[in-house]
Design a protein around this ligand. Structure first.
Ligand code: DMJ
Length: 626
C-alpha cells in the first residue's frame, strides 16, 4: 500500500495511465487479485519447497528433512496456519509436559517454562511455534534376560532342609493369604479393599479413581507364596480390567508405593510385559505433580487432567516429607525400564533441594513448601509424615549396589541427628524415638515408627566399624519396645500409637490411639532382625502375631482391623487393608523362609514391601547420579 501512495511532485501511476477515479478503483482491485493469485500458485506447484524457502523462515521450511518421522503437515505448518493451530500447539506442549520433556520453545540458556496445569503455565508459550528439531530416541528395550541372570539367588530360594515347625508355620501364613484373597475375590473383586463384615467392596478416594488396589498390592505376595491360580486371576484382571484413564484425586505417594511399586515388582519377578507397560504408563501420569517452582511435587494429583495440589490439611500448602521423599526407588526403576531419564531427574532434584536447605539441628521437618522450598513447620517424626523418607535414603544406597554414597551420607547425618535429639530411654528401660515439635519433645511413638528397627539394622552394615554393633543394638532395642507395645495389650496386637508419659510405658493413653488396622511395621522389623541376627525370638514374636491375627482379626469373610487392642471382645473396623496382603502377610511369610527367598543381596523392599532389584548391572539410563 505504501508503494501506491502518491509521491510529492510525481503523478500517481494509475493517474499516469489517464484513468478516472472509478476506473482507478477497478484497476487496483484487479491488480491486487492478480498478485494474490500468483503468490498462492507458488505453493500449488508440484515441488513448492524451493519457493517456500524464499518466503518462510529456514527451519520451518526445512520441515520435511529436519523433523524426522513427525507428520509432514505438522512439521511444515506455518505459524497460525489455521485457527486450530494454537490449540494443536497447546496440546503438544501439554503432552510434552506430561512426558516430562522440555517444552519445545525452551531455548538453550533460556529459562525453562514448564507446562503447569492449574498454574497457567501452559498458555504462556503458545505463540512461539516448536520449530526446533525433535530428538528421535532409538526404541529402548530393557534386557530382562540380562537382569535375571544378574541375580545372585533364585527368587524363591533353593528350598533346603528346614525344620517341620518352620515349614508348618509358613504354610499357615500362606493359608491366611489365600483366605484373605478368596474373600476379596468373592465379595470385592476389582474394588480397592474388602469390607469383610458387610461383605462388599470399598473404593475410597486415595487412588484417584484407580481400582483394584488389593489386586495390584497382592500380586507379588501371591507369586512369592506360589499361589499360582490366584496369581493368574490377579494378572488377568490387570490385563483386561485395569483402567488407567481415570479422573479423580489421587495421593501421589500411595499410587506410587502401591500401584507403581506392585507393578514394577511383578514385572521383575515374571518378565511379563503387561506389568512393565502399566507401571510406565502410570508413572508418566504422575509427572505433572512435579511442575512446581521448586520441583518438589504436590501431594495430590488428578490422574486425568494432571492438575495437582497440596493436601487441605497440610499447613500452608506444603508437601509432606514422607510423601515426596518416598519416590526414589520406584522412579529410578521407571527410568531403568523405559530408558527415559526424566523419572530419575525428578527425584534427584528433590534430593538437591533437600541438600541445599538448612536443617534445624540437622533434623528434617515434615512440611516443606513446594513453592519456596522452605520448611513450613518444625515438626519432626520418624513415624507418620516422616518415616519412609529415611527408609528410602538407606535403601537408595542399597539398591544402587552401594554406589550412591550421597544417599548414604544423608541417611547417616539424619540418623545421627535423630539419635541425638529424639532417641530416649524410659524409666523402665525401653528405648523409643520421640517426636519433636519446634524443639519440644512429644514422648510418643506411632505404630508406623516401628519400621525403624528394621531400617536401622539394615543400615548398620554400612556404618563405621566401631558403630556397627551400636546400630544393631539400637535396632534390637527399638524392636523390643515395639514388641512390648504388642505384649502389653490384651489382644497381643499393638495400638496405633503408644506413649511414655503419665506413668505409662509402651501403651496407648488416648482412646483415639487404641486401634490396630492390620499394619505391618512391627513384623517388618521382626523380619529384618531375624535375617540379620538369626535370633529365634523374632520368629517367636512373629508367631505370636499370627495367633493374635487369627484370634481377633479373622472373621467369616476375611481379616478386619480392630478398634481397641485392649479389649478381647473386638470391635471390628470392617476393613481389610490392601497392605495386609502386600506387607503384613508377606513379611510374616518371609520370617519363616530361608534367607535366600528374596535375598537381601538381590532385593530392596519398597515401603509397601514390594521388592525391587538391586542394581547389579549398573543402571544405564540414570541421568544425574554421579
Ligand atoms: C503402608 O502403606 C506403607 O507401609 C507406608 O509406608 C506406611 N503405611 C502403610 C502401612 O501401615
Amino acid at each position: 500500500m505504501l508503494l501506491l501512495r502518491k509521491l510529492p511532485g510525481m503523478p500517481g501511476w494509475p493517474a499516469a495511465l489517464g484513468l478516472r477515479l472509478p476506473q482507478k478503483f477497478l484497476f487496483l482491485l484487479f491488480l491486487s487479485g492478480l498478485l494474490t493469485l500468483c503468490f498462492g500458485a507458488l505453493f500449488l506447484l508440484p515441488d513448492s519447497s524451493r519457493f517456500k524457502r524464499l518466503f518462510l523462515p529456514r527451519r520451518a521450511a526445512a520441515g520435511d528433512s529436519d523433523l524426522p518421522r513427525s507428520p509432514p503437515a505438522a512439521a511444515a505448518e506455518p505459524r497460525h496456519a489455521s485457527p486450530a493451530a494454537p490449540r494443536r500447539l497447546r496440546d503438544k506442549l501439554r503432552a510434552a509436559a506430561r512426558l516430562g520433556a522440555p517444552p519445545a520453545h525452551t531455548s538453550a540458556g533460556g529459562s525453562k517454562q514448564q507446562v503447569q496445569p492449574g498454574e497457567g503455565g501452559a498458555e504462556a508459550g503458545t505463540d512461539s511455534a516448536p520449530t526446533a528439531p525433535r530428538q528421535t530416541r532409538a526404541p529402548f528395550r530393557f534386557d530382562y534376560e540380562k537382569f535375571h541372570s544378574s541375580l545372585r539367588h533364585p527368587v524363591l530360594g533353593r528350598r533346603g532342609g528346614e525344620e517341620p515347625e518352620t515349614r508348618a508355620r509358613r504354610l499357615k501364613i500362606k493359608e491366611m493369604m489365600k483366605f484373605a484373597w478368596d474373600n476379596y475375590k468373592r465379595y470385592a473383586f476389582g474394588k480397592n479393599e474388602l469390607r469383610p463384615l458387610t461383605k462388599n467392596g470399598h473404593i475410597g478416594n486415595m487412588f484417584g479413581g484407580l481400582r483394584g488396589a488389593t489386586i495390584v498390592d497382592a500380586l507379588d505376595t501371591l507369586y512369592i507364596m506360589e499361589l499360582g491360580e490366584e496369581f493368574q486371576e490377579a494378572k488377568s484382571w490387570v490385563e483386561k480390567s485395569f483402567d488407567l484413564n481415570v479422573n479423580g484425586e489421587a495421593s501421589l505417594f500411595e499410587v506410587n508405593i502401591r500401584y507403581v511399586g506392585g507393578l514394577l515388582t511383578t514385572y521383575y519377578l515374571t518378565g511379563e510385559e503387561v506389568f512393565k507397560n502399566k507401571a510406565l504408563e502410570l508413572g508418566e501420569k504422575l509427572l505433572p505433580a512435579f511442575n512446581t517452582p521448586t520441583g518438589i511435587p504436590r501431594g495430590v494429583i488428578n490422574l486425568g487432567s494432571g492438575m495437582s495440589w497440596s493436601w487441605g490439611w497440610a499447613s500452608a500448602g506444603s508437601s509432606i516429607l514422607a510423601e515426596f521423599g518416598t519416590l526414589h526407588l520406584e522412579f529410578l526403576h521407571l527410568t531403568e525400564l523405559s530408558g527415559n531419564p526424566v523419572f530419575t531427574e525428578k527425584v534427584m532434584n528433590i534430593r538437591k533441594v533437600l541438600n541445599r536447605i538448612e536443617k534445624p539441628q540437622g533434623l528434617y521437618p515434615n512440611f516443606l513448601s513446594p513453592v519456596t522450598g522452605n520448611w513450613v513447620q518444625h515438626h519432626v517424626s520418624i513415624g507418620g509424615l516422616g518415616d519412609s523418607f529415611y527408609e528410602y535414603l538407606i535403601k537408595s544406597w542399597l539398591m544402587s549396589d552401594k554406589r550412591d554414597s550421597e544417599a548414604k551420607k544423608m541417611y547417616n547425618d539424619a540418623l545421627e541427628a535423630i539419635e541425638k535429639h529424639l532417641v530416649k530411654k524410659s524409666a523402665g528401660g525401653l528405648t523409643y524415638i520421640a517426636e519433636w515439635r519446634g524443639g519440644i519433645l512429644d514422648h510418643k511413638m506411632g505404630h508406623l515408627a516401628c519400621f525403624s528397627g528394621g531400617m536401622i539394622a539394615l543400615g548398620a552394615e554400612q556404618a563405621a566399624e566401631e558403630k556397627k554393633q551400636h546400630y544393631l543394638d539400637l535396632a534390637a532395642e527399638i524392636t523390643h519396645t515395639c514388641h512390648e507395645s504388642y505384649a502389653r495389650s490384651d489382644t497381643k496386637l499393638g495400638p496405633e500409637a503408644f506413649r511414655f508419659d503419665s506413668g505409662m510405658e509402651a501403651m496407648a493413653t488416648r482412646l483415639s490411639e487404641r486401634y490396630y488396622i492390620l499394619r505391618p511395621e512391627v513384623v517388618e522389623s521382626y523380619m529384618y532382625m531375624w535375617r540379620l541376627t538369626h535370633d529365634p525370638k523374632y520368629r517367636q514374636w512373629g508367631w505370636e502375631v499370627v495367633k493374635a491375627l487369627e484370634k481377633y482379626c479373622r472373621v467369616e469373610a476375611g481379616f478386619s482391623g480392630i478398634r481397641d487392642v485392649y479389649t478381647t471382645t473386638p470391635n471390628h473396623d470392617n476393613m481389610q487393608q490392601s497392605f495386609f496382603l502386600a506387607e503384613t502377610l508377606k513379611y510374616l511369610y518371609l520370617l519363616f523362609c530361608d534367607d535366600d527367598v528374596l535375598s537381601l543381596e538381590d532385593w530392596v523392599f519398597n515401603t509397601e514391601a514390594h521388592p525391587l532389584p538391586v542394581d547389579h548391572t549398573n543402571f544405564k539410563a540414570k541421568a544425574s547420579m554421579q
